[in-house]
Design a protein around this ligand. Sequence first.
Ligand code: IFM
Length: 387
Amino acid sequence: MSKKLEFPKGFLWGSATASYQVEGGIEQCDWAEGARAGKVPVCGAACDHYNRYEADFDIAQSLGHTIHRFSVEWARIEPEEGVFNEEALEHYRQVLRALHARGMTPSITLWHFTLPLWLSGRGGWGHKDTPAVFARYCAKVVEALGDLCDNYGTINEPMVVAGIGYLRGAWPPFYKNAWVRYYRALLNMTRGHNQAYHAIKKMRVDAQVGIVKHTIAYTSNGTIINRIRAWAANVMWTRLFMYRVYRHCDWIGLNYYHRTMFGDTRDLPKTDFWWNVDQEGIYEALHILARYKRPIYITETGCADATDRLRADYIRDTVRWTHKAIEEGVDVRAFCYWSLLDNYEWAEGFEKRFGLIEVNFETQERTPRPSAYVYKEICEQNGLAID
Ligand code: IFM
């Protein structure tokens, strides 16, 4: 007999995107500059979502989605320091109206990796004024969009962007092993988040503000030494950062992609990114974040899987482990699959395919993958049928 893993009433199901990865036509930011210098792939028109968002949201609606997380592009909104572009803000008002018209709750990410050139040129997150400048930008966005959106994530994946940009040198600002700059940038991100929280609340006291934390679940095979390694890794990757910001969070966003189990000998399936498929880790990650006693939104989880051979099971497993965490008392409010569309996967260009919807980048044709319909059933049933 089949049984259903039922989710709480009002639980939101949907997907996520980020401006630079899908919109197209963003040239005045550090990533576009990096592409012009040949350091990262060209993004160009991406999914042309800036012009096609209504048709894309039609598909999301037909797939049963009730939430959509997206980011607004700082370089469009504040093309020069202190000068705000009303046309760009009006565009995002239209995007929000389009979501509401289709019954989808919006969640806006205020910063998802790309900096306007005027800011990256003077050191980006390394500059001492950036936290205040970021807070002013966030307040402006909420002033303009606040009547259409209650939910804001300030910064997406601070540890990832700082690590790849300042230590690995593969993303802007392309520094290698620049440990001092790395810590300064991270510290400024915590300050930027905290200042933005206050600036947003001043603008709209009832806005719900969170941080989006990529949480690697570090676990162990149980030996003392590996337990200590896992504990230390969780402190370094998640706890130190969260300690500085959680008091300024109404909610916490979980981006889950990885678990690292010290002493692991399993041979796990791999995505096209060569990442392990290990979805029990989302259960661990939810428990790691539950300690901060805030509602958790799963703001991203997904797999690069061009042939769609893994995605349906990946989603089912993720939902199953999320349900277990909820049963144990973790307050999870939403599940956003990454991503609605195949898109620009940063230093990997367009090769890695995360989308529920396949995109033909020559023709911009959209085709929902079979797994999108498996997810649709979960969204519509508010749960997962299991045998
Ligand atoms: O595409 C990215 C996204 O921008 C941030 N989180 C991880 C995704 C997959 O790598």
